[in-house]
Design a protein around this ligand. Structure first.
Ligand SMILES: [Mn+2]
Length: 481
C-alpha cells in the first residue's frame, strides 16, 4: 500500500508577536502555504500535532484564518487529523475549546483518549469524537493531547489500551489488518532541549514500539527525528528568537510504502517564514557612543547588502563584550531606528548584553598578565555572589585550576578531586571565620550548601527538580512552546 501525508505542528495562529499585526498574518501565511502544498501534491491526509492556535481564547480573525486553511483541505477531500496542544485546550470553565469547535464543523478530526477510566479507554472516531481513526483502509491514527508531565505514564497506559482493544477493533471493520499505524501526540522526547523536563524519555516511548510505525510529535519547536520512527517538524513560523537557529523547521511530507523497510521516507520542507536576523556586535573596540553607532551601521549595512527575501526581516541586534564608555551615553533607540531603516526591517530589538564600564572596565589593567587578569576577574565574579563572597579568592584559584585541567583534558576524577579539595579549604576557612560566633554551627548543612554551590562547574544549565508545566496564558518566555 502506498500513500502520502503531511505532518505539521505548532502553527500558533493568532500569535500577534511583538504586538505587530503583520506577525499574526505571517503565522497564517505559512499555514496556508502548508495547506496549499498538501492540495497541490494531492496528499492523502494532513496531521496537525497540536498548537494550531497560540491561545485558548482566540479572536474572530484567528478563527477565520484556521477555517480558511482547513477549508482548502476539505474542498480537496483531504482529511485533517489533529490533537490539542497546551496553547489551545478549552478555556477554564468552558465546555469546549476552539479546536473542538473546528471538529464540530467537520473541518478537523480531533483525537484524544478518555483519561478518566483505568485502564484508559480508546474509542473509534464517531460523531465527531474519538481516540483513533482509520483515516483510510489499513491506516490507523491514535491521538493524545497535551498532558504535561503526566505524559510518560500515560504512554504505558495508552499502549496497554491498544493491546486490550477487542479483536473486532484491532482490524478494519471488514476484518483486514491495519498496515500502518501513526501515534500522534503533543509532546517531545526528553533530552532534545535542555530545560524540558515534562516530555517522556526514550525509555518511556519504548512502550509504543509494537504499536506505531510513525510517531507524529509537536510541542517542541525544534525539529528532530529518531530511529526512523519519531518525527517532529518544529514550528512553522518563529515563536521566539531561540528558534531562529533551527533552520530546517517547517512541515514533513511522508511517503509511505508499507512493503518497504522502513515503511516511510520522510521529506522535510522548510516553511517560507519571514527572515529573522540575529546580529551581534562586540562593543570592546569602541571608545565612544559615536564610534559604536558607526560600527552598528557598518554591521547592518553589510547585512542589508546581502541578498534577502521579499519579506521585511525581523532583527535582533545584540551588543556584547565590555562597554568602554559610560553606558548613559549609549542610545539604544538611535541604534534601533538606524537598523530599522538600513534593513527595511519590520521590527528591530536591540539587546544590550554588554557589561557596563564599572563592572568590567575596572578589571582591565594592562600591567597584569593574562593569568593575573583572569584571576582578578574570577575573584570579582565570585565576590559579587553572596554565597562565595567570603572565600572568593579560594574559589577563583580553584576555577582557574579547573579551567586548566579541563583544557588539558584531565580525567573527570582529577577535576572532582580539585573541587573537593577546594570545598575542604572553604569549609576550614568558614569554620575559622565562624567559630567564635557560632561554635555549634552544624557542619553538614554547610557541606550540603557547598555541594549545591559547586554545580555550575558542571557546565550544564541548572535544572529545577520539577519544572512547572508550561502555562498557556503565561507571558512569552524563552521556551514558549
Ligand atoms: Mn507550541
Amino acid at each position: 500500500m502506498r500513500f502520502r501525508f503531511m505532518h505539521m505542528a505548532d502553527v500558533h495562529l493568532g500569535n500577534r508577536q511583538y504586538g505587530i499585526d503583520e506577525r499574526a498574518s505571517d503565522f497564517a501565511a505559512v499555514f496556508y502555504e502548508a495547506c496549499d502544498h498538501a492540495v497541490r501534491h494531492k496528499l492523502d491526509f494532513v496531521l496537525i500535532a497540536g498548537d494550531l492556535f497560540h491561545k485558548r481564547q482566540i479572536d474572530a480573525m484567528t478563527l477565520n484564518q484556521a477555517v480558511l486553511g482547513l477549508q482548502k483541505l476539505r474542498a480537496a477531500g483531504i482529511p485533517c487529523v489533529v490533537v490539542q496542544g497546551n496553547h489551545e485546550l478549552a478555556p477554564y470553565g468552558e465546555a469546549i475549546g476552539w479546536v473542538q469547535y473546528l471538529a464540530l464543523q467537520d473541518l478537523v478530526v480531533l483525537l484524544h483518549p478518555i483519561l478518566s477510566g483505568d485502564p484508559l479507554q480508546l474509542q473509534p472516531y464517531a460523531q465527531r469524537e474519538g481516540s483513533y481513526i482509520d483515516v483510510r483502509p489499513g491506516v490507523r491514527i491514535y491521538g493524545l493531547h497535551f498532558t504535561g508531565a503526566a505524559c510518560a505514564k500515560l504512554l504505558v497506559r495508552y499502549a496497554q489500551a491498544i493491546s486490550d482493544l477487542p479483536p473486532a477493533q484491532r482490524t478494519q471493520p471488514d476484518g483486514t489488518p491495519v498496515d500502518y499505524t501513526i501515534f500522534m501526540a503533543h509532546t517531545g522526547v526528553q533530552g532534545v532541549l535542555a530545560g524540558d523536563s515534562s516530555s517522556p524519555g526514550m525509555g518511556d516511548w519504548r512502550a509504543l514500539d509494537d504499536h506505531a510505525d510513525y510517531v507524529a510529535l509537536g510541542h517542541i519547536h525544534k525539529p528532530f527525528d529518531f530511529e526512523t520512527r519519531f518525527y517532529n517538524p518544529g514550528s512553522l513560523e518563529t515563536c521566539g528568537v531561540d528558534e531562529v537557529e533551527w533552520s530546517t523547521r517547517g512541515f514533513l511530507v511522508v511517503n509511505v510504502d508499507t512493503r518497504s523497510d522502513p515503511k516511510h521516507a520522510v521529506e522535510r520542507v522548510r516553511s517560507k517564514r519571514r527572515p529573522f536576523l540575529r546580529l551581534v556586535l562586540k562593543v570592546d573596540p569602541y571608545r565612544s557612543a559615536d564610534t559604536l553607532l558607526a560600527a552598528c551601521r557598518t554591521l547592518v549595512e553589510d547585512e542589508a547588502a546581502r541578498p534577502g527575501g521579499e519579506l521585511r526581516p525581523l532583527v535582533e541586534l545584540s551588543l556584547t563584550g565590555a562597554l568602554q564608555f559610560a553606558h548613559q551615553a549609549l542610545d539604544l533607540s538611535e541604534i534601533e531606528q538606524m537598523a530599522r531603516q538600513a534593513l527595511n526591517a519590520l521590527y528591530v530589538m536591540v539587546r544590550n548584553k554588554a557589561n557596563p564600564l564599572d563592572a568590567a572596565g575596572s578589571l582591565i589593567d594592562e600591567e597584569l598578565s593574562r593569568d593575573e587578569m583572569e584571576r582578578a576577574i574570577f575573584t570579582d565574579l565570585f565576590g559579587a555572589d553572596a554565597e562565595y563572597k567570603g572565600q572568593s579568592e579560594l574559589w577563583a584559584a580553584s576555577a582557574a585550576s579547573v579551567k586548566s585541567l579541563a583544557l588539558r583534558k584531565a580525567p573527570p576524577t582529577e577535576i572532582v578531586e580539585e573541587i573537593d579539595a577546594t570545598i575542604q579549604k572553604v569549609v576550614e576557612a568558614r569554620k575559622g571565620a565562624s567559630a567564635p560566633a557560632a561554635p555549634d554551627a552544624p557542619e553538614t548543612d554547610l557541606e550540603v550548601e557547598l555541594e549545591v554551590g559547586v554545580e555550575p562547574v558542571d557546565a550544564r544549565p541548572a535544572q529545577p527538580a520539577a519544572a512547572p508545566e508550561p502555562r498557556p496564558d503565561a507571558p512569552q518566555t524563552l521556551f514558549d512552546w
